[in-house]
Design a protein around this ligand. Structure first.
Ligand code: UDP
Length: 157
């Protein structure tokens, strides 16, 4: 694996889907040079929601979070690139869109903590990427290919 191959799990949340922001989110990640290697338009059920957000179980916002994330379809994705997890988190901005910098996805597209448009794996949580990718995707659903512009995105490609 080259250092360009880091994979991270990203999801356009139900508010993003309802507001027609799937394309905007994909466009930002795509234009950055990150490579889409998996995508699934789906509705999250109660069980998957509990697994995905298990670390928040018992917190005051947990029930509302589960209700929200299961309330409509989401676009689950896997993106690949150099330092992908941390770079996507930077592009997402702060968890609360009210604190997120303009220029970030949440800072440009959201106003409310409970409806914050996008999920991306936590880069400070060592196993989060792999765990979340495994939870949403089978291995054969992830596609191995080269982007034609990789030699222009990376100096050493
Ligand atoms: N959340 C919420 N209320 C809170 C804290 C978090 O509704 O007080 C939701 C919010 O949608 C957030 C998700 O729970 O994206 C997961 O929280 P986390 O702290 O992991 O933030 P993230 O990693 O999504 O930035």
């Amino acid at each position: 694996m080259s250092h360009h191959d880091e994979r991270t799990f990203v999801m356009a949340k139900p508010d993003a889907v309802q507001r027609g922001l799937i394309g905007e989110i994909i466009q930002r990640l795509e234009e950055r040079g990150l490579k889409l290697v998996g995508a699934k338009f789906m509705q999250i059920d109660e069980e998957l929601a509990h697994e995905h957000y298990g670390e928040h179980e018992g917190k005051p916002f947990f029930e509302g979070l589960v209700e929200f994330i299961t309330s409509g379809p989401v676009m689950a994705m896997v993106w690949e690139g150099a330092d992908a997890t941390r770079q996507v988190r930077q592009m997402m901005g702060e968890t609360d869109p009210a604190d997120a910098q303009p220029g970030t996805i949440r800072g440009d597209l959201g106003l409310d903590l409970g409806h914050n448009v996008i999920h991306g794996s936590d880069h400070e949580d060592e196993g989060a990427n792999e765990r979340e990718i495994d939870l949403f995707f089978d291995d054969e659903e992830l596609v191995d290919y080269e982007r034609a512009d990789a030699v222009w995105v990376y100096e050493d490609e």
